[in-house]
Design a binder for this molecule. Structure first.
Ligand SMILES: C[S@@+](CC[C@H](N)C(=O)[O-])C[C@H]1O[C@@H](n2cnc3c(N)ncnc32)[C@H](O)[C@@H]1O
Length: 390
């Protein structure tokens, strides 16, 4: 990971990365204010909070590494990026640049960062000056970096052709509380897609809060309706079934996470429960005239199944009857996929080890009530891809 400079409310003591008690107290207090202001009552959203040194410092010490991890995990799940280093990057609402840093560490050559906060951009420049050190080739030059202070609600995006455009934890802050926020946000995402190279992609990362992740899924659907390709994490390009399943449903990724210092102490001081990293994301590509939105061609509830491909979309859940269930997103539907907890054949097939985000292929599933699916003795289960580990 790109080296973080010791800036903010207190510099870590170089040897251990630990902050002193007084520093934890100061930075932890600022972290709590940030957490409440961005994901609680959200009073900071839309304000220039990154211009406040204490909040920027707390962001750097805590949210920066979290965003870095989330963007890394999302990118790891996009098949078209395997073995490929996107060269030209635009980071929209970059803040101090965690997403840009991921891409710099993956070998990007040109990074353009835009944000409303000159102070956050200046810090991003300082951090990214260390980027490229982790490149394998000795003496490799770091990327060319450009920063631009602009108001994303008014100013056009800087024109160029980008291989990857990322907007991480920012879209929910734009046009907040405005009646036209959804079309305005969709317009910004479409404008971004318009700047992509032929195979380029747009990555949107958002908090896993119910409201923000549902609005992000609605934007994903909006792009799909306009003919853009959805390139992850969904197992296919159909309208999001989680969004259609009711106002309490959403889709997010979650990976176990043990924070290092000083994040662990800061989280404790701020009273944040951090045993996992949760985020909602999708990737989209340009319009493709040959692309057709798949119109629910799958087996659907209540119909016989042969082979289906899907994504595990929940943690395991045990019901009173002793069946362990996962929610499976497949063919535009959400079904549960279950087996009895003592079922040896399910155990042998690795069913009880499945994790949220795993891509699976299932052949010959048993149909259960309400179109849900069960793993029977004749069902085969293959994990096509494991969800990435932090
Ligand atoms: C939560 S931070 C996300 C920072 C970084 N992308 C990350 O993933 O950690 C949201 C960023 O959006 C920026 N932002 C919010 N509203 C903006 C606007 N109208 N114009 C430009 N930037 C804005 C803020 O300054 C802030 O840096």
């Amino acid at each position: 990971m790109t080296g973080l400079p010791p800036v903010g409310p207190g510099a870590p003591d170089g040897a251990s990365g630990r902050l002193q008690a007084r520093e934890i107290d100061l930075a932890g207090g600022a972290l709590l204010e940030l957490q409440r202001g961005l994901t609680g009552e959200r009073g900071l959203v839309g304000a220039s909070y990154m211009e406040r040194q204490d909040l920027l410092g707390a962001y750097l010490l805590y949210y920066w590494p979290v965003s870095y991890l989330q963007v890394s995990l999302a990118l790891a799940q996009i098949p078209s990026l395997r073995g490929k280093a996107p060269r030209r990057i635009l980071d929209i609402g970059s803040g101090p640049g965690p997403a840009a840093a991921v891409l710099a560490d993956r070998g990007a050559e040109e990074l353009v960062l835009v944000d409303g906060s000159p102070r956050a951009l200046e810090l991003a420049l300082r951090i990214l000056a260390g980027a490229g050190r982790s490149r394998p080739a000795e003496g490799a030059r770091g990327p060319r970096i450009e920063t631009m202070a602009l108001d994303l609600e008014r100013d056009p995006l800087p024109g160029a052709e980008y291989d990857l455009i990322v907007i991480s934890h920012c879209i929910n802050e734009l046009w907040k509380d405005r009646s036209d926020s959804d079309p305005s946000r969709l317009g910004l995402l479409e404008a971004a897609i318009g700047l992509l190279s032929e195979d380029g992609l747009l990555l949107v990362v958002e908090p896993a809060l119910l409201a923000t992740s549902r609005r992000s899924l609605a934007l994903r659907n909006g792009l799909l309706e306009r003919g853009h390709r959805i390139l992850g994490p969904c197992p296919g390009s159909w309208p999001c079934p989680a969004l259609a399943a009711g106002p309490e449903r959403t889709c997010h990724d979650e990976s176990p996470w043990i924070p290092d210092e000083p994040m662990a102490s800061l989280a404790m001081r701020a009273g944040l429960d951090r045993r996992s990293v949760k985020y909602s994301w999708f990737a989209a590509g340009r319009q493709d005239p040959a692309w057709r939105m798949r119109d629910r061609p799958g087996p659907g509830p209540g119909q016989a199944t042969t082979v289906l491909h899907g994504r595990i979309d929940s943690d395991p859940m045990l019901n009173k009857a002793g069946r362990l269930r996962y929610i499976l997103c497949h063919d535009g539907f959400l079904s549960t996929l279950s087996a009895h907890k003592d079922d040896k054949s399910a155990r042998d097939k690795g069913f009880f080890e499945l994790r949220r985000g795993d891509l699976v292929s299932i052949e010959g599933a048993e149909l259960r009530a309400q179109g849900n699916l069960g793993l029977g003795p004749g069902t085969s289960l293959a994990v096509i891809e494991l969800s990435p580990e932090p």
